[in-house]
Design a protein around this ligand. Structure first.
Ligand SMILES: C[S@@+](CC[C@H](N)C(=O)[O-])C[C@H]1O[C@@H](n2cnc3c(N)ncnc32)[C@H](O)[C@@H]1O
Ligand code: SF4
Ligand code: SF4
Length: 393
């Protein structure tokens, strides 16, 4: 399908140290899986109409969204067994009247509450309210270096200006913010300028997302950058990571973590939590492993980009779905992923994007379609041997 980069003579056909894969953890102990991050679509209603939106969100209102009581009970359940960061997202989460009550409840339970508003509703007054209910950080999306490019993508005039104003309001009240950018062919050439803008604005972090062709984005398959451009772009991210004064974290671009480790290895550096902090502990795709998504009507998914239902919090508590969902179990058994992703030396730090695999093949266990890496010789044999040993107990 495309030219593949190979492990080459320097490739190490063994598992990447640092993250133990599959069903077992080091020392044969059973791994305990806990959510570290939950994206919670509090409403699908939205005041933007973005061309790529995974939720295909409209102004709404949407029927049957979770009630205040259901939201508070969900938070109680999450806090009863874990303490993840809760991303209150949408649509536009601020279109819910009870947003402050929900956020405050999460804060009171000791959860780190963060929010992803669209911009228009963040006035100086609401920015203060955000701080008051204990929301620790907000994220805004900037998808173009200019108003014209951003507004074309978000399909609402004034969207760029509203984000600039919202950021100004956050700064006035001392509210921390980060910027997310979805990358596709439309803005690939603008990336350095977008990063420059994000730094100038004073964001704490910049998370570039790689387009996943789902929701309205499914019409944009031709806007996906080529696998070779992916490789170049992710390599550029890797080169920039310690040159910028903010946290720069490619998101939903799992093979970034392979490129990151390949780069450090070439420099003779071993990646450990001591030397690389969160970067060493993060994994490319965390869906179903330390990350989950809950929809506006309570459906649980591995992430917002893969619509496969893993449970429904109206029928079963999230804590139980987290431990029993068959799809979640499949996500945690990466030795069983198909194609290269099932035996690649980097599968435990990358995993490939399951949603992109699904969008292109109809099977979320398939190999990541946008990775050019060819695992080292023997990687498949090593995986098969591991599976055989595990089967023998
Ligand atoms: C938590 S969502 C933020 C939701 C918020 N309403 C917004 O769009 O700004 C995080 C990021 O996912 C991005 N996103 C939405 N649909 C996407 C898709 N199909 N592929 C990749 N990223 C997508 C959004 O642009 C946003 O930057
Ligand atoms: S082959 Fe799959 S697991 Fe390996 S680097 Fe590529 S996407 Fe990641
Ligand atoms: S499957 Fe994984 S990498 Fe892909 S969009 Fe979902 S969480 Fe991100």
């Amino acid at each position: 399908m495309h030219g593949k980069t190979s492990a080459g003579p320097k490739g190490h056909p063994h598992e990447v140290p640092g993250m133990k894969g599959g069903k077992e953890q080091a020392h044969g102990k059973k791994k305990v899986w806990l959510p570290r991050l939950i994206a919670w679509e509090l409403t699908r209603s939205c005041n933007l109409d973005c061309i790529h939106c995974r939720a295909a969100a409209r102004f709404g209102p949407y029927p049957n969204e979770l009630t205040t009581e259901e939201c508070l009970a969900f938070l109680d359940d999450v806090a009863s067994f874990s303490d993840p960061i809760m991303i209150m997202t949408g649509g536009e989460p601020m279109m819910r009247d009870d947003i402050w009550e929900i956020a405050k409840h999460g804060t009171d339970l000791g959860l780190r509450m963060v929010m992803a508003p669209c911009g228009f509703l963040v006035t100086e007054e609401t920015a203060r309210k955000i701080m008051e209910v204990g929301i620790k950080r907000v994220s805004f999306s900037i998808d173009g270096a200019t108003a014209e490019s951003h507004d074309n993508f978000r399909r609402v005039d004034g969207a760029f200006a509203s984000v600039m104003k919202a950021i100004e309001n956050c700064k006035k009240v001392g509210l921390e913010f980060q910027v997310n950018t979805t990358i596709s062919k439309h803005n690939l050439h603008e990336l350095p300028r977008i990063l420059e803008l994000v730094i100038k604005l004073g964001a704490k972090a910049h998370h570039p997302f790689l387009l996943v062709p789902t929701g309205r984005g499914s019409e944009l398959k031709d806007q996906e950058i080529s696998p070779e451009d992916y490789e170049k772009t992710l390599t550029w991210f890797y080169e920039m990571r310690d040159k910028v004064p903010l946290q720069f974290k490619p998101t939903c671009a799992p093979h970034y973590y392979r490129i990151f480790r390949q780069g450090e290895r070439e420099k003779g550096i071993t990646v450990t939590p001591q030397t690389h902090g969160l970067d060493a502990m993060s994994k490319g795709c965390m869906g179903g492993q330390s990350f989950a998504f809950v929809s506006h009507v309570g459906k649980v998914q591995i992430c917002g980009f893969l619509e496969t239902e893993c449970g429904d919090i109206r029928k079963e508590p999230f804590s139980s779905i987290w431990n029993t969902s068959e799809v979640f179990k499949q996500m945690r058994a990466w030795d069983d992923y198909k194609g290269r992703c099932g035996y690649c030396e980097y599968r435990s730090v990358c995993g490939g994007c399951r949603a992109r695999a699904y969008a292109f093949t109809g099977d979320y266990m398939e190999e990541e379609p946008f990775c050019t890496y060819e695992p080292g010789e023997g990687a498949k044999r090593a995986r098969d041997l591991k599976k055989k040993k595990a089967a023998q107990g």
